[in-house]
Design a protein around this ligand. Structure first.
Ligand SMILES: C/C(=C\Cc1cc(O)c2ccccc2c1O)CCC[C@H](C)CCC[C@H](C)CCCC(C)C
Ligand SMILES: C[S@@+](CC[C@H](N)C(=O)[O-])C[C@H]1O[C@@H](n2cnc3c(N)ncnc32)[C@H](O)[C@@H]1O
Length: 284
């Protein structure tokens, strides 16, 4: 049975990229170490809250992200910012027992949850997964090593997004894909303003109401459902951070630009679930 291999990377990169958020709604959770502590704290309830808060939909979104990688039997693949391992388990089924999956995260508590799930789940192929404690901005892998990479709800939580994208490029084999799943940040001016917290008059709402789409509902759902439920678990601060991180995230166009800047030959962003979520597919 695969064991938990905690390999420490050479440490965190100080973030100086131009994508550094100007301000997060929770300034106390700004640096990489703050976020590491946050994900260690929520590890025990992370999976259950995600299932409850998304009514299980997040598992569909993750399946789509894995499908977009083109991962196949026998491949060597990476689930970056793997957390409790949802996408790593899906990749494991794609590549089979002769393939290999590396799940990397800098939260030891998340990796321990992933490892315990691996022991509880019965599928034989899951023996092909190794869990590695490391940093997405300083990957402990050689150049041109992987046939595919997933990063589900990870890039938004990485402080130095540019460095993480460069590392994904470096460790991918030529012609291989990175699939980046996360919340969608709307580019529609009204919705984008709404997401930025701009106050509108009733008339503006009525005039613009046709532009309201699920992105506005996302803010409402987070404020009126997600955060209150998390509060019940004593995690209001952590889920307030979630809201701020979505607000500070990159648009689809910015994600495509980030991938092309890192050297990817093609980058295509797809909105899914009516614009609630989005997935970048970048080919090296
Ligand atoms: C896995 C998902 C989001 C990543 C994520 C999840 C967390 O629990 C966090 C906690 C603290 C900080 C960051 C994160 C984080 O980045 C997606 C599923 C979980 C979401 C919390 C659920 C969001 C629900 C939608 C706003 C509305 C869904 C409408 C309908 C039920 C589909
Ligand atoms: C919202 S969770 C996503 C987990 C999983 N991919 C999923 O889809 O549920 C974000 C994960 O990114 C990890 N993370 C954030 N910044 C990181 C970094 N610089 N290096 C490695 N992991 C990081 C966190 O520890 C956390 O487990």
């Amino acid at each position: 049975m695969a064991s938990l291999q905690l390999q420490l990377s050479s440490g965190y990169q100080s973030s100086s990229c131009r994508y550094l958020p100007i301000s997060l709604s929770y300034p106390s959770i700004r640096g990489a170490n703050d976020r590491q502590l946050l994900f260690n704290r929520i590890a025990p309830v992370y999976d259950n809250l995600n299932d409850m808060l998304s009514l299980g939909q997040h598992r569909i979104w993750k399946r789509m992200a894995v499908s977009w990688t083109g991962a196949k039997l026998g491949d060597c693949v990476l689930d970056l910012c793997c957390g409790s391992g949802d996408l790593a388990f899906l990749l494991s089924e794609k590549v089979g027992s002769n393939g290999k999956v590396s799940g990397l995260d800098f939260s030891r508590e998340q990796l321990l949850m992933a490892s315990s799930r691996q022991h509880l789940l019965s599928k034989a192929c899951y023996k092909n997964i190794e869990w590695i404690e490391g940093d997405a901005t300083d990957l402990p892998f050689p150049d041109r090593h992987f046939n595919a990479i997933t990063i589900g709800y990870g890039l938004r939580n990485v402080v130095d997004k540019r460095k993480a994208m460069q590392e994904m490029f470096r460790v991918l084999k030529p012609g291989s894909k990175a699939s980046v799943l996360d919340f969608n940040k709307s580019t529609q001016p009204f919705v984008a303003s709404f997401q930025a917290g701009v106050v509108f008059t009733a008339n503006q709402y009525l005039m613009k109401s046709t532009f309201l789409n699920v992105s506005c509902c996302k803010e409402w759902m987070i404020d009126n459902f997600v955060v209150p439920v998390a509060n019940g678990y004593g995690l209001a601060k952590e889920y307030e951070y979630l809201k701020g991180s979505i607000r500070e995230y990159l648009t689809g166009n910015e994600l495509e630009e980030l991938a092309l800047d890192a050297g990817f030959s093609t980058a295509k962003y797809y909105e899914i679930s009516g614009g609630l979520m989005g997935n970048l597919v970048a080919t090296r």
